[in-house]
Design a protein around this ligand. Structure first.
Ligand code: ES4
Ligand code: ZN
Length: 330
C-alpha cells in the first residue's frame, strides 16, 4: 500500500507509447458506431476477451484491425485526449508518443488528418495543463523501405506546421525477419533531416538487431531491448554508452516475451547499471498504464524506492527534452 502511494506520487515520463495502442474497447466501439464501421465482436466485453495474445504478431493483428475505426481528425483527437487523461492521472509529466501513419494511409486516411488530430489534443493539453509531449513518427517494418520513404515524403511538407511536436522517427511492427538494415537508407535520410532516431529491437528479435539498430540506424534509444541480455559484450556496451532502453513490462508479459513478471530482467539490468526506463507500450491492450507497469515490477521484483526513483530519473534523462526542461522535472 505504501509502495503504491510512492509510485502514484512519482513524476514520470513515458517514452514508449503507441497512440493507436491506447484505443480502449469502449472508445473503439463508440468510434465504430460513429463511423458506421462493422465490428466482428458483439460487445466491448467480447472484444476485451479477444485480447489473449501468444506473441507479438497475434497482438499486431488485432491492433491493426482495431485502428480501422479511426477515420476523422476528431477520432484521432478523441483517442489522444483519452490517453492524456490516463497519463495525467498517473503523474506522467512528459510523453514522447509513437504514431504509425502507414496504418492509416493504407486505408485511405490522409496523413494530414492523422497529424492534425493527435497534435490538436497534445497542444490543448500543453496549453491547459502544462502536459509536455513530442511526436515520433514510426515506420512499419513489415512494409518496404520504399513505403517508408513515401511516408517520409508525404509527412515532410507538414514538418513546419508541427515543429513544436514532431521531433523523432521510430521503427515498429513485426520484428522477426525485418532487421534494422532494411531501413538503413531511410534512417540515414531522417538523421540528415535532424530528427531524433529510435527503433524497436530485441523484443522478439535477437541481440544482433539491437547492434544493427545502434550501428546501422544510429538510434539514440532502443525500444524494448530486453533480449540484449543474451549478449554480454552488448550489455557492456549499453552500460558504457548509457544507451537508454525503453522497457515495457506488462507488454512483455502479455506478448509472452517473459512467462512471469518475477522473471523479467528489468531489475537485473537496472542493477547492472543500464539506463532502463519503464513504459506502457499499448496500454489498452496490455492491461495497464504507467502506474500499473511500475506496480507490477515493484511487487514482482522487490524493487526499492531508490530503484523506482532511479527508473523515473532514467526516463527524464533518456527523453529528448532540452537540459533545462530535464532539470525542471528532476
Ligand atoms: C508494438 Cl509491442 C510492439 N512491438 C512492435 N511494434 C508495435 N506496434 C505497436 N506495439
Ligand atoms: Zn512498442
Amino acid at each position: 500500500a505504501e509502495m503504491r502511494a510512492f509510485i502514484e506520487a512519482l513524476p514520470k515520463t513515458e517514452l514508449h507509447l503507441h497512440i493507436e495502442g491506447t484505443l480502449e474497447p469502449e472508445l473503439l466501439f463508440a468510434l465504430a458506431q460513429r463511423n458506421k464501421v462493422d465490428l466482428p465482436y458483439a460487445s466491448v466485453e467480447a472484444l476485451r476477451a479477444a485480447y489473449a495474445f501468444t506473441d507479438l504478431q497475434s497482438f499486431l493483428d488485432l491492433y491493426y484491425a482495431g485502428a480501422n475505426v479511426l477515420r476523422t481528425e476528431q477520432d484521432f483527437y478523441d483517442m489522444t485526449m483519452a490517453y492524456i487523461d490516463h497519463a495525467r492521472a498517473d503523474k506522467v509529466r512528459h510523453a514522447e508518443i509513437f504514431f504509425d501513419p502507414q496504418t492509416h494511409t493504407e486505408r485511405g486516411i490522409g496523413i494530414d488528418v492523422v497529424f492534425a488530430g493527435i497534435a490538436r489534443a497534445l497542444r490543448e493539453a500543453r496549453d491547459q495543463h502544462g502536459f509536455s509531449s513530442a511526436m515520433i513518427m514510426s515506420f512499419l517494418r513489415h512494409l518496404s523501405e520504399e513505403d517508408a520513404f513515401a511516408t517520409l515524403d508525404a509527412a515532410l511538407p507538414l514538418r513546419d506546421l508541427y515543429k513544436d511536436l514532431w521531433n523523432g522517427i521510430g521503427l515498429d511492427s513485426s520484428e522477426r525477419g525485418n532487421p534494422p538494415e532494411k531501413f538503413a537508407r531511410v534512417f540515414a535520410r531522417c538523421k540528415e533531416l535532424g530528427f531524433h532516431l529510435v527503433a524497436h529491437a530485441g523484443e522478439e528479435g535477437p541481440p544482433e538487431y539491437v547492434l544493427s539498430a545502434l550501428d546501422v540506424l544510429k538510434v539514440e534509444r532502443i525500444d524494448h531491448g530486453v533480449r540484449s541480455e543474451e549478449n554480454p559484450a552488448l550489455m557492456q556496451r549499453l552500460i558504457k554508452e548509457q544507451m537508454p532502453l525503453t522497457v515495457c513490462p506488462l507488454s512483455n508479459l502479455k506478448l509472452c516475451v517473459v512467462d512471469d513478471m518475477a522473471e523479467h530482467n528489468i531489475a537485473r539490468m537496472l542493477r547492472a547499471g543500464l539506463a532502463v526506463t519503464v513504459n506502457s507500450d499499448d496500454p489498452a491492450y496490455f492491461g495497464g498504464y504507467m502506474n500499473a507497469n511500475y506496480l507490477a515490477i515493484a511487487s514482482s521484483l522487490a524493487l526499492t524506492r531508490e530503484e523506482l526513483l532511479q527508473l523515473a530519473r532514467n526516463g527524464i534523462n533518456a527523453s529528448f527534452l532540452p537540459a533545462t526542461d530535464k532539470a525542471r522535472l528532476m
